[in-house]
Design a protein around this ligand. Structure first.
Ligand SMILES: [Zn+2]
Length: 338
C-alpha cells in the first residue's frame, strides 16, 4: 500500500507503507472512500512545526468497513462510516461530558492519506451512515470528519443561537463552515472576515450577511462600527495566531462568547486584558464525535452541503500536488480519492 509521508518542510512523498491490520480487538480497518488535506497539515508542511522523523499524514476520513476486531459491536464490514481525528472510547467521563477529543483513551489518527486505515476504539469512534451514500454525497460526509464538526463546535462554543450577531475570523474551510453552522443555529447576522474573493462568495452562499476585509486593530474597529460600538454576541476564532485571537476577544461584546478552534501557534494572552474584556472563552480540539450523528442526518437529508469547501479533487497518488495547492492558497481544501 502507498500513502502520504512528510519528510520535512515541503517534502511530501507518496510512498510504500505497511498495510494496516487489526492489532487490538477494538480496531477496525476501513477502505478509504475519500480523504483530504487539512489546514493543520500545512503547519508541519511549511516547517512551522518541526518534523523529527518521516511522518505519515492524514486525519480526515470516511469509507467502507473492511474488517473489525473481535470486540467490535457497533459497526460491521460493508458499512460506510465516518470518524473523528481522535479515536475515543465514547464511554469515559470526558467522553460522557461530550469532550471525546479529551478521551482518557484517545488516540490520534494520523495515517488517513492512504487507501486503508486502522481506526482504534472503533465502537466509540466510528458512526455509520444509514446506507452506503451516493458518490455526490461523499465530500459532505468527509467534511464531517473534521472541518464541519470543528466549525460547528466553534459556533456551539461561541453560544450561537437564534437572532445572534456572529463574527467569524478565518476564511479557511473551518471558518467557512463556521459560517454555515452559525446560519443553521439561527444567527441573524453573520460577519465573515475574508480578503479572498472566492472565499467571500462561498461565505455568502453559506449564510454570511456581511464581509469585512480588514484585519487586526482595523478589523476590530470595523466590527465595532458594524455593531453600534458594542461588539458581537459570538465570535468564532478559526485561525490560531496571536492577531486572530486578540481580534476575536476584542470584537466580542461584554458578556459575549469566543469559540476558538484555530490550533494556537505562539498565542499568549495577557491576563489583565483578559480580565477587563469580560468575555467567555471556550474552545480547543473540537469534539467532532459528539456532533457526528446530528451532522450525518443534516447531510443525509440534504439540509447542508459542507462538501462545497472542497474546490479541488485529485487522485490520492497526487497528494503532493494537493499540499502545494493549499500551501499556495490556490485551493481552499483538496479532496483525495484513492
Ligand atoms: Zn473517552
Amino acid at each position: 500500500m502507498r500513502g502520504a509521508v512528510l519528510y520535512g518542510s515541503r517534502d511530501l512523498r507518496f510512498e510504500e507503507r505497511e498495510t494496516p491490520k487489526i492489532i487490538k480487538p477494538t480496531d477496525a480497518i476501513i477502505r478509504i472512500s475519500a480523504t483530504c488535506v487539512c489546514g493543520s497539515d500545512l503547519w508541519p508542511y511549511r516547517g512551522i512545526q518541526p518534523v523529527a522523523e518521516p511522518m505519515p499524514m492524514g486525519h480526515e476520513y470516511c469509507g467502507i468497513v473492511e474488517e473489525v476486531g473481535s470486540a467490535v459491536r457497533s459497526v460491521k464490514p460493508g458499512q460506510f462510516v465516518i470518524g473523528s481525528f481522535f479515536a475515543s472510547d465514547n464511554t469515559c467521563p470526558n467522553c460522557q461530558f461530550g469532550y471525546q477529543t479529551s478521551c482518557q483513551h484517545r488516540e490520534f489518527v494520523t495515517t488517513a492519506q492512504a487507501p486503508l486505515l486502522r481506526v482504534p476504539l472503533a465502537d466509540g469512534t466510528l458512526v455509520a451512515t444509514p446506507d452506503v451514500p451516493s458518490n455526490d454525497m461523499v465530500p459532505s460526509l468527509l467534511a464531517l470528519s473534521d472541518v464541519m464538526g470543528t466549525g460547528w463546535f466553534a459556533a456551539d462554543a461561541a453560544n450561537v443561537t437564534r437572532g445572534k450577531t456572529v463574527v467569524v475570523i478565518g476564511d479557511g474551510a473551518v471558518g467557512l463552515l463556521g459560517v454555515l453552522s452559525a446560519k443553521q443555529l439561527g444567527a441573524e447576522r453573520i460577519i465573515a472576515m475574508s480578503r479572498h474573493e472566492s472565499r467571500q462568495k462561498l461565505a455568502r452562499e453559506f449564510g454570511a450577511t456581511d464581509i469585512v476585509t480588514e484585519r487586526g486593530d482595523e478589523g476590530v474597529e470595523r466590527i465595532e462600527q458594524l455593531t453600534n460600538g458594542i461588539g458581537a454576541d459570538s465570535v468564532l476564532e478559526c485561525v490560531g495566531t496571536q492577531q486572530s485571537m486578540m481580534q476575536a476577544i476584542q470584537s466580542t461584546r461584554r458578556g459575549g462568547y469566543v469559540g476558538y478552534v484555530g490550533v494556537p501557534h505562539g498565542v499568549e494572552l495577557n491576563g489583565e486584558q483578559l480580565f477587563f474584556a469580560h468575555v467567555h472563552l471556550h474552545g480547543g480540539p473540537a469534539p467532532v464525535r459528539r456532533y457526528l450523528p446530528d451532522l450525518i442526518k443534516l447531510v443525509w437529508d440534504r439540509k447542508i452541503n459542507p462538501g462545497k469547501v472542497f474546490d479541488m479533487t485529485l487522485p490520492l497518488d497526487h497528494v503532493a500536488q494537493a499540499y502545494r495547492a493549499m500551501d499556495e492558497r490556490r485551493a481552499i481544501k483538496t479532496l483525495l480519492r484513492p
